[in-house]
Design a protein around this ligand. Structure first.
Ligand SMILES: *[C@@H]1O[C@H](CO)[C@@H](O)[C@H](O)[C@H]1NC(C)=O
Ligand SMILES: *[C@@H]1O[C@H](CO)[C@@H](O)[C@H](O)[C@H]1NC(C)=O
Ligand SMILES: *[C@@H]1O[C@H](CO)[C@@H](O)[C@H](O)[C@H]1NC(C)=O
Ligand SMILES: *[C@@H]1O[C@H](CO)[C@@H](O)[C@H](O)[C@H]1NC(C)=O
Ligand SMILES: *[C@@H]1O[C@H](CO)[C@@H](O)[C@H](O)[C@H]1NC(C)=O
Ligand SMILES: *[C@@H]1O[C@H](CO)[C@@H](O)[C@H](O)[C@H]1NC(C)=O
Ligand SMILES: *[C@@H]1O[C@H](CO)[C@@H](O)[C@H](O)[C@H]1NC(C)=O
Length: 530
């Protein structure tokens, strides 16, 4: 009987364990799948790893299968795809936020900025997206806005509402947006408005203000800032005295509670530290309540009964992924801030090494410990930064990369048959060569001993120094276009076409030393003269 009971318990336990998926995974039909912003890797003990920024996996992988980062093959809403995912080597889709208020209506799996074909809420559309450009969107200005995405071209009249904390003077008409005015200091509205109002529409006080007088026929509520270091727990919609300022702001601790008609009394935490206490709290607190470090500070010493935590700012470019609550060392600085990429992760007693993204590139947000972080060139026609660590136009494209996020590409594709490398001018390949398939280089027909490889700056097929001949006349597969100059003679690269172009070495070096002597004495003479 007992053993049956134990078996029952055991079966229950197994079933229970089955139901428990690892973190960032969910159960579907008795299998665990990584959530859509994660990919699974059975080889690593069944973990779910976050997809790189903006990308996600539409076909979630079972946690026990070996799904690599190439499963992150889609871009989230309002991101467009710079390059698609690949399986060898495994790479996720590269996704970038749509520029300047443009966006996508849905997730997408197609490469190209033209996917950014709508304007987000509170923008209006000037022009539709085209092959190399996102839709051009302008923000609604002066507190006006709208309440849905815009997918047709319009003027500012598409901004028909006033945003929260503004009231409407005039409705939008055929050419102009709604005319909106900001509520006076500290007062506000709970919601957006789509009808004409007046100052009395501003009938609340924002957080950390208390209401002295309610709004009247044509007058906003009168809102007063809470005393230094104190605040309120929410917005206020009725008249109250200062005692509603009954909390301390995050980087203060409470000496005395609010009482009667007076606010709480709060003292500032030492630099870099903050107070994690959640109201209601029992005063008196002392500096020992400042037991956390602000984000991007690391903790060298924990708070004790009389002292606040000691917090030091992280080295340039690095930061913390959350508030530090425990003493540690500089290794708490384990993330890189936006526009910095991680050269090496934090290790015992070392912070993450963060390097600024190269010019004309960005990294959209801070990145967590261990995550491979990477910067992206603003220009979609640039060589990816994992190939070369600066933003230059890709092969076959000429020009300078765009200098701002969302700007039109500065790299123009060369005509068929023309070559460009690192944005150089488009040019035809020299005689004796063929063009590479990516229009990034020319390949000389004769590459045998004595020839020089093609170079975009020189753009010719010729012999290297101390060789003579003419590889520009070579056909594909030809060899020996260049022959060594006879013993005792020399040539500069590309200078000698015939054997007689090879010059006697001795005379030339004498010539050179004579020239040198002449200039040296001239210089000496001038120095003496001065
Ligand atoms: C992933 O899991 C971690 C740890 O459980 C959690 O903090 C985080 O919020 C999860 N992320 C998402 C997007 O659910
Ligand atoms: C996009 O935003 C950038 C930076 O805010 C700005 O310099 C640029 O002019 C904007 N582009 C357009 C087309 O408005
Ligand atoms: C539209 O509104 C603007 C500003 O409120 C005003 O200057 C303009 O005259 C109005 N136009 C029309 C056609 O009513
Ligand atoms: C704000 O207004 C919108 C539409 O006008 C409405 O759907 C929403 O419920 C309102 N929110 C509040 C908090 O009143
Ligand atoms: C201001 O708006 C309120 C509420 O809509 C209205 O009752 C009041 O009469 C208006 N005041 C003026 C001066 O128009
Ligand atoms: C500071 O406050 C803590 C509790 O919050 C208390 O244990 C400690 O004794 C206080 N220290 C002093 C010096 O009053
Ligand atoms: C940061 O820490 C707070 C409390 O210590 C916690 O509630 C929150 O989830 C943490 N955030 C992240 C992103 O880990």
């Amino acid at each position: 009987m007992k053993s049956i009971f134990f078996l029952f318990i055991l079966l229950q336990l197994i079933q229970y364990l089955n139901c428990q998926c690892i973190k960032n995974a969910s159960q579907v039909d008795s299998n665990c799948y990584c959530n859509s912003e994660y990919y699974g890797n059975g080889a690593n003990g069944g973990n779910c790893f976050p997809c790189p920024i903006g990308s996600f996996s539409q076909a979630p992988s079972k946690t026990n299968t070996n799904a690599d980062i190439s499963y992150c093959n889609q871009c989230k809403q309002n991101y467009y795809m710079i390059s698609s995912s690949s399986t060898s080597p495994p790479q996720s889709a590269t996704c970038s936020l749509c520029p300047n208020g443009s966006g996508t209506q849905d997730i997408n799996a197609i490469v190209g900025i033209q996917q950014c074909n709508i304007c987000q809420i509170n923008f209006y559309m000037i022009s539709q997206s085209t092959t190399n450009n996102a839709a051009l969107c302008m923000p609604c200005i002066m507190g006006s806005g709208n309440d849905k995405i815009q997918n047709t071209v319009s003027g500012p009249q598409a901004c028909t509402i006033c945003q929260a904390n503004y009231f409407m003077l005039q409705l939008s008409n055929s050419t102009a947006s709604a005319q909106c005015t900001a509520c006076p200091s500290g007062s506000g509205t709970k919601n957006t408005s789509n009808t004409v109002g007046n100052e009395s529409t501003c009938n609340i006080c924002q957080q950390n203000f208390y209401m002295k007088t309610a709004s009247q026929s044509n007058k906003a509520a009168e809102c007063i800032t809470c005393p230094i270091g104190t605040g309120t727990q929410s917005i206020q919609d009725s008249v109250h005295d200062q005692s509603i300022c009954n909390i301390c702001l995050m980087d203060y601790y409470m000496i005395t509670a609010a009482s009667g008609s007076t606010a709480a009394k709060c003292t500032r935490c030492p630099v870099g530290s903050q107070n994690p206490s959640i109201p209601p709290i029992t005063p008196p607190q002392n500096a020992s309540s400042c037991s956390q470090c602000l984000r991007n500070y690391y903790m060298t010493k924990a708070a004790d009964t009389s002292q606040a935590a000691q917090c030091t700012i992280c080295p340039v470019g690095s930061g913390t992924s959350n508030f530090s609550s425990q003493a540690g060392d500089i290794a708490q600085c384990d993330t890189c801030l936006s526009n910095y990429y991680m050269q090496s992760p934090a290790s015992p007693s070392n912070s993450a090494q963060c390097v600024q993204c190269p010019a004309f590139s960005f990294k959209s947000s801070s990145q967590l410990k261990g995550q491979q972080s990477q910067c992206f060139c603003y220009d979609q026609n640039a060589i990816p930064l994992n190939v070369i660590n600066k933003c230059v136009c890709k092969n076959g494209y000429s020009g300078l990369v765009t200098a701002y996020l969302g700007g039109p590409s500065g790299c123009t594709q060369c005509k068929p048959g023309q070559v460009s490398q690192f944005g150089s001018q488009c040019q035809n390949c020299p005689p004796g060569s063929v063009i590479s398939s990516d229009q990034g280089s020319c390949i000389c027909n004769d590459q045998s001993k004595g020839t020089t490889p093609w170079d975009p700056l020189i753009n010719s097929c010729h012999c290297q120094e101390n060789y003579y001949g003419d590889p520009s006349k070579a056909n594909i597969g030809d060899t020996n276009s260049c022959q060594p100059c006879p013993v005792g003679t020399f040539s500069k690269a590309g200078q000698a076409k015939k054997v007689s172009d090879c010059i006697a070495q001795i005379s030339n070096s004498i010539l050179n030393s004579k020239k040198l002597l002449f200039f040296a004495s001239l210089l000496f003479f001038l120095v003496i003269l001065i």
